[in-house]
Write a protein that binds this ligand. Structure first.
Ligand code: PSU
Ligand code: MN
Length: 307
């Protein structure tokens, strides 16, 4: 038994699927605790699990509950996490602390990747990954999600990165880190609430099978690390660019005036943008995550079929 295993509670169904080499999709928990308000967060988390199943894979929502790493949550765990008030936003740097103190932790993309990898899960659906923040040239605010993608063998299916970030610099930084970044079924890298960031994606994939093959070959070559598959939000749920950009600019301005920085910044911006769009951004957020859960399950299934 590896030392790490004693910290992990892997749900029976997930454990079984992994042992049989069946498709499993990890889902994160920061989006539940810090990304969406209650009860939308619970609705979204439960729907994601359902969609992953409908697409032939087993869902494993990952979080830390009272100092135990949960790989797969019960519906009681999900309800608790969705409504609990003081859940620690836990990224790579925080893992040892949160476990040592017996705290509840919602895992970011970086921390979810680490825990998924330790459990043997290679595909992970989320909303958007963290990246290089606007103004990072002076604040140095670059999400730890970036460097995690360089080293940890988990493929992340997301709707791109939000334009609260500096998307151009985020793509540059991912290139430096050697992280494959592909748009799914289009040339442009998506921008979370909208399908087109204005930047071409470095790579383009048109099928789950090709995405699975790309990851298999990368990992067969011991090229460690993840990848971002940027899955555009379905057009019918996209927020009009003028509307979302105005909300983002105003939210960024308010964050600046109030000195919001560090780990509090992303949750603050998401909440402000929701308010400023009259809830439209939240609806978009839910639907883009559903779309990613479906694609992640398709890719994980295609990968399982390759072996
Ligand atoms: N994108 C969302 N909702 C979220 C997040 C990203 O649509 O809640 C979370 C993810 O968990 C991501 C984290 O890892 O925000 C990034 O935070 P930071 O920028 O502090 O690294
Ligand atoms: Mn940050």
């Amino acid at each position: 038994m590896k030392a790490v295993e004693k910290y992990l509670d892997i749900q029976g169904e997930v454990r079984e699927a992994l042992a049989k080499g069946q498709a499993v999709v990890a889902l994160e928990s920061t989006i539940i605790s810090h990304g969406m308000p209650y009860p939308d967060n619970l609705e979204c988390a439960a729907a994601c699990e359902r969609i992953v199943r409908e697409h032939g894979a087993i869902p494993a929502t990952i979080a830390i509950l009272k100092g135990r790493v949960k790989i797969g949550l019960t519906s009681e765990d999900l309800s608790y996490l969705a409504s609990a008030k003081s859940v620690f936003k836990c990224s790579r740097r925080d893992l040892g602390y949160v476990l040592a103190r017996g705290l509840d932790g919602a895992t970011t993309v970086a921390a979810t990747m680490i825990l998924a990898a330790r459990a043997g899960i290679r595909f992970f659906a989320t909303g958007g990954v963290g990246g290089v923040h606007r103004g990072a040239e002076s604040t140095m605010d670059i999400s730890a999600d970036m460097t995690e993608l360089q080293t940890t063998d988990v493929c992340v299916i997301s709707a791109g990165v939000k334009s609260i970030l500096d998307i151009g610099r985020t793509l540059e930084y991912l290139e430096t880190l050697g992280v494959p970044v592909a748009a799914f079924s289009q040339n442009r890298f998506p921008a979370f609430y909208t399908p087109d960031s204005g930047f071409d994606a470095p790579l383009r994939l048109d099928s789950a099978e090709d995405a699975a093959k790309m990851m298999k070959i990368k990992w067969d070559f011991d090229l460690h690390g993840g990848a971002i598959i940027g899955n555009p939000i379905p057009k019918e749920y996209a927020v009009p660019p003028e509307k979302i950009n105005a909300a983002i600019d105003s939210a960024l301005k308010q964050a600046g005036e109030r000195g919001i920085a560090g780990k509090a910044l992303t949750p603050f911006l998401l909440d402000k943008i929701k308010e400023l769009t009259g809830g439209e951004s939240l609806e978009a957020n839910k639907h883009l995550v559903y779309n990613n859960a479906a694609l992640a399950a398709d890719i994980a299934s295609a990968f399982a079929a390759l072996k």
